[in-house]
Design a protein around this ligand. Structure first.
Ligand code: SAM
Length: 237
């Protein structure tokens, strides 16, 4: 998958996505990540990318033209453009699964007070990673790119790792344990030591349901399997 980020601070995305599984996915060619800095698309001596807001108020607003030019350079027919904003649709695992099917994602990262509103129609989706305000879209891009990359077939050595995990089946995942069998007086639950696959599956299912009901009743209310309504299979266009 090709991913481009339009950002004033490429290092804020490049560095965290150079480590661990996503770093390896980049090295192995599953993820081809590029950056466009709106500063490189300015024409004045100071390479100005922001200005004061019309109507007054604190902070600076990113100007539309450098972002537009950066986008114009990178956008192709099959590109899906995502504007990161706390006002957007809330990101979740369902969206991550849809985005993982795209050939080319382009993230537009705001900074300061955000970007001139006239850029918004250029995006296919306005996306938020949660109900809080970040200093910029870069950490949001990192979160979304990370969640999407691990869903690209082949990135995780065992693709089934993503099948039973939290959210995928509408449930939180059952807890995990590893050696030693007894740690500071706490034992690993018996069914996990039984070697009986049916028993283990039942135990995991029941713990997942219990945990979901306790900490995420909203997920529990949707039922264990979230089947999309007729004609609503795809979340994105
Ligand atoms: N003034 C804006 C408001 O009140 O809605 C907040 C601007 S924020 C300080 C700067 C940039 O960070 C935004 O343009 C956006 O790109 C990004 N950002 C902040 N919070 C975000 C979130 N929860 N999800 C996605 N992007 C976010």
């Amino acid at each position: 998958m090709r991913v481009d980020a339009v950002t004033l601070f490429p290092g804020m995305i490049d560095a965290p996505l150079s480590e661990s599984i996503v770093g390896r996915a980049r090295e192995e060619g599953f993820l081809d990540l590029g950056f466009l800095n709106p500063r490189d698309f300015t024409e004045d001596r100071h390479r100005t990318v922001d200005d004061k807001p019309y109507g007054g108020g604190t902070g600076m607003v990113m100007m539309a033209e450098p972002v537009y030019r950066a986008l114009k350079k990178v956008r192709r027919k099959n590109s899906f453009v995502i504007l990161l904003t706390p006002k957007g649709r809330r990101f979740d695992q369902g969206l991550a699964l849809e985005l993982a099917k795209k050939k080319h994602l382009v993230f537009i990262c705001g900074h300061y007070e955000g970007i001139d509103e006239r850029v918004t129609p250029l995006a296919d989706l306005e996306l938020s990673i949660g109900d809080y305000v970040l200093t910029g879209g870069e950490p949001a891009a990192v979160a979304v790119i990370d969640a999407v990359t691990r869903l690209i077939p082949g990135v995780l050595k065992k693709d089934d790792a993503t099948v039973n995990e939290t959210f995928t089946g509408g449930l939180l995942e059952a807890p995990h344990y590893t050696r030693p069998g007894v740690w500071r007086g706490q034992k690993v639950p018996e069914p996990l030591l039984s070697g009986n696959h049916k028993l283990i599956a039942e135990w995991r299912r029941s713990r997942a349901e219990e945990l979901t009901g306790k900490t995420r009743p909203d997920l529990a209310a949707r039922g264990p399997e979230r089947k999309p309504a007729r004609g609503k299979k795809r979340i994105l266009k």
